[in-house]
Ligand binder design. Structure first.
Ligand SMILES: [Fe+2]
Length: 424
C-alpha cells in the first residue's frame, strides 16, 4: 500500500491521442448502428410486444425547459444557496419501446438554482453528447471519446470546484458549467484513456475520489482508480475478473475499498438480440466481494465468496471496533433475470447490513429493512466512518413506476420515518 501523504500523480497509464479518440467516435457510431440493426431483426421476430414501463409514469421522457416563474408552496429557508442537481435517462428518440432499456436513455440534467431562499431558475438540459449536438446542428464538444456509446446519464457530482456528470462501462465523464452546459468530455484533468464509474466516493480526510470502474469493451478487468483535488490520477490498478461483471458502485472505509463482483455480466445473447445494455444474470459467475487496501495493488485484494445477489448502491461502509467491515447496502436477490428493459423485477429488494470478517473470510448478512427501496444515501461527511442515518427511496415492488416515499432509517434507535410525496 502506498503512503497517501506522499502520493504524486502517476505517469504510467494509457493515454489518449486525437487519432485514438477519433477511432472511438467511429466505433461508437458503428456500434450504435449495429444495435439498431440487431433490434430491428429481433423485433421483427418477437411476438411479445409489451408496454415498456420505463417510458411511462415517473420515467416518461420530458423536454428541455427553463422556468423562472414559480408558485412556491410554503417557504424556502433563507440560508439555502446553491444548485439542486440531478441527472437521469431521458431518451430523445425511441425507435421501438420494446427494445428500450432504461439505463441507455440520453442523459438529461435537471436543476433548481436557489439564492438565499429564492428560487432563481429551474432547468432541464441534455448532456451535450456528439449525438445531441449533431441533432441540434451544433459543433461537438471538446475532449476525448471512449466507451461503447457517448451517453452520459447516471450521476452528477462535485469535485475540485467543478461539476461532473458520469456513467459507467467506459464512457468518459462530462464537465458541466453552472448553467448546465457541457464543457468537455474528459478523464478529469488528464489525458487518461481509462473507464470511470457513475459512483466515485470521496475520502473526506484527503479529498481523494476513489472509484471501482469497468469497461464494457474489456470484459476481463475491473479498475481501481484514485483522483486527487488537482483532478490528476494518483493511483490505478487493473483487477482481473471473469465474464465482464457490471459494477455500478463501490464503498470505502478509512482504510479499504470494496469491490462488488456479482453475477450480472456481459451477455452475448442479449447483444445479438439488440439489447442496448447487453448484461444479464449469469448463474455461472461466482459472487464475491473484494477488499483492497486504499491505494493497494492488485495482488492485495482479498476476495470473499458470497451467496449470489446483486448490488447497485451501497449506503456506506466503515471499520468496527473489532476491525470488521460494516457495509450497509440495498440488495437485490437477482438482476436482469426476467426483465431486460430495467432493474425492477419483484426480486425482494431490501436494505441489509453486511459484517465482513477479514480474519474468518466470511460475510454475515442481516436484514435492516425488508421494504423494497433503492438509492440509499448518508450524510456524506460520514463517508467511510460510522453513520447513524440512511436515506432511501421506497418503490412499489409490483407496479414499479411509483417511487414516492422517502425513508429515513435511524440505525441508533432502530426506527424509520417515512415521508410520502403523493401518488405520482
Ligand atoms: Fe446509481
Amino acid at each position: 500500500m502506498k503512503n497517501k501523504n506522499v502520493l504524486n500523480p502517476v505517469v504510467d497509464y494509457p493515454r489518449f491521442t486525437d487519432l485514438k479518440s477519433k477511432f472511438n467516435t467511429y466505433r461508437q457510431k458503428f456500434m450504435g448502428l449495429g444495435v439498431t440493426w440487431l433490434q430491428k431483426r429481433s423485433i421483427a421476430s418477437s411476438k411479445n410486444k409489451t408496454k415498456n414501463p420505463y417510458l411511462h409514469g415517473i420515467f416518461a421522457p420530458v423536454g428541455e425547459v427553463e422556468n423562472r416563474e414559480f408558485n412556491i408552496i410554503g417557504e424556502i429557508p433563507k440560508q439555502l444557496t446553491g444548485l439542486l442537481l440531478r441527472l437521469g435517462p431521458n431518451p430523445i428518440h425511441v425507435e421501438n419501446q420494446d427494445a428500450y432499456h432504461w439505463f441507455t436513455g440520453d442523459g438529461m440534467l435537471h436543476a433548481l438554482k436557489i439564492e438565499q431562499g429564492q428560487a432563481v431558475w429551474f432547468k432541464s438540459h441534455y448532456i451535450e453528447t456528439d449525438a445531441l449536438q449533431k441533432q441540434k446542428n451544433k459543433p461537438v464538444k471538446a475532449g476525448f471519446r471512449r466507451g461503447p456509446s457517448d451517453v452520459v446519464n447516471t450521476n452528477v457530482f462535485y469535485h475540485a470546484n467543478k461539476i461532473w456528470a458520469s456513467v459507467e462501462a467506459g464512457t468518459l465523464p462530462a464537465r458541466i458549467d453552472l448553467d448546465l452546459n457541457t464543457e468537455e468530455h474528459r478523464f478529469f484533468n488528464t489525458d487518461a484513456d481509462l473507464p470511470f464509474t457513475a459512483h466515485p466516493h470521496k475520502d473526506n480526510k484527503t479529498a481523494h475520489l476513489h472509484a471501482i470502474c469497468y469497461d464494457a469493451l474489456d470484459i476481463k478487468h475491473a479498475y481501481y482508480e484514485v483522483i486527487d483535488q488537482q483532478e490528476m490520477l494518483l493511483h490505478w490498478a487493473k483487477i482481473p475478473v471473469q465474464h465482464g461483471p457490471m459494477i455500478h458502485d463501490c464503498a470505502i472505509t478509512e482504510q479499504d475499498i470494496l469491490i462488488f463482483d456479482l453475477p450480472v455480466t456481459f451477455s452475448f445473447k442479449q447483444l445479438i438480440k439488440g439489447n442496448p445494455l447487453p448484461y444479464a444474470w449469469n448463474e455461472k459467475h461466482a459472487a464475491r466481494i473484494g477488499i483492497l487496501p486504499k491505494y493497494g495493488r492488485v495482488d492485495e485484494v482479498q476476495w470473499i465468496s458470497i451467496e449470489p445477489c446483486f448490488i447497485f448502491h451501497a449506503a456506506n461502509a466503515y471499520r468496527s471496533d473489532q476491525q470488521q467491515i460494516i457495509l450497509d447496502v440495498v440488495v437485490h436477490r437477482y438482476m436482469f433475470k426476467k426483465s431486460h428493459q430495467g432493474p425492477f423485477e419483484q426480486q425482494n429488494t431490501q436494505l441489509q447490513r453486511w459484517t465482513i470478517d477479514l480474519k474468518q473470510n466470511t460475510v454475515d448478512r442481516q436484514v435492516l429493512d425488508a421494504q423494497a427501496q433503492e438509492f440509499p444515501r448518508i450524510d456524506e461527511r460520514y463517508t467511510g466512518e460510522k453513520h447513524r442515518y440512511i436515506y432511501s427511496i421506497s418503490f412499489d415492488p409490483m407496479t414499479m413506476i411509483k417511487a414516492n416515499h422517502l425513508i429515513c432509517h435511524d440505525l441508533q434507535i432502530n426506527e424509520k420515518a417515512t415521508y410520502k410525496f403523493g401518488d405520482q
